[in-house]
Design a protein around this ligand. Structure first.
Ligand SMILES: C[S@@+](CC[C@H](N)C(=O)[O-])C[C@H]1O[C@@H](n2cnc3c(N)ncnc32)[C@H](O)[C@@H]1O
Length: 228
């Protein structure tokens, strides 16, 4: 994987809590964050006593390499967001500059924790659908701003393989948002719900207290029957 192909952009623990409607009980078990990139979720959740492992292909790179890529793409992402401001809900962040500051804070928090977390096995280089963990190793797997969002880049089959891989290693999987990059509902939601329901999983869409992409306030929850 080339770092020049990646747009590292990270959210905070507070955002993860709202995107995934995380309760205190949800964070009692082992949590997998899939595609966490430079989010501060792992650093902040670990500091709060949560047992969390993050996987992402970007963890092949050093902190200095990730930081320099963040700096490279930062202005472009903020100005693209400013140009498309009407596609976002501005209640959590006042404007694109405030959003940029919040993202930089989260990514700096990640970078401060990165080497320690890597040595502790909390940041693991891996790419869906190849997750090198034992079946049922996690109680909950979270996937923020990867599946569904990149519907144009990842096929339906790749989505299904990724969701199955997450369901193998975790007893419950939550995915957010269900929109693609254009802000439209992903065309894969219905086929994925149908496929995984037919395989015996409980699949439901749940409204959450987080909406930044306009209309993106729903997560997908999947778990094995008899678990919930
Ligand atoms: C938009 S970022 C989201 C980061 C974080 N989840 C958040 O919400 O702040 C997407 C992340 O997915 C990662 N990614 C891309 N392909 C992946 C794959 N096949 N498996 C796991 N992560 C992947 C990228 O490296 C990037 O860090």
């Amino acid at each position: 994987m080339q770092l020049s192909n990646i747009v590292p952009w990270g959210r905070s623990f507070a955002e993860y809590r709202d995107m995934f409607a995380l309760s205190v009980e949800d964070m009692q078990g082992r949590v997998l964050g899939c595609g966490d990139g430079p989010a501060s979720f792992n650093a902040e959740a670990t500091a709060a006593g949560v047992r969390v492992v993050s996987v992402d292909p970007v963890y092949a790179f050093t902190a200095a390499e990730v930081e320099s890529r963040v700096n490279e793409i930062f202005e472009t992402v903020v100005s693209q967001t400013r140009a498309a401001a009407d596609r976002f809900v501005w209640n959590r962040f006042a404007d694109a500059d405030a959003l940029g500051r919040a993202r930089l804070d989260a990514m700096r928090c990640f970078l401060r924790d990165y080497e320690t977390g890597k040595n502790a096995g909390r940041y693991v280089e891996a790419s869906l659908p190849d997750l090198n963990f034992a079946a049922g190793a996690f109680d909950l797997a979270l996937c923020s701003h990867l599946l569904f969002l990149y519907s144009e880049h990842l096929s339906l089959d790749e989505h299904i393989a990724a969701v199955r891989a997450l369901l193998r290693v975790a007893r419950e999987v939550r995915i957010f948002p269900l929109l693609d990059l254009s802000g439209a509902p992903s065309p894969y939601i219905i086929p994925i719900c149908e496929t995984l329901s037919a395989e015996g999983y409980i699949v439901e869409q749940q409204v959450v207290p987080y909406e930044f992409m306009r209309g993106g306030n729903t997560m997908l929850r999947l778990c094995r029957r008899g678990v919930d």
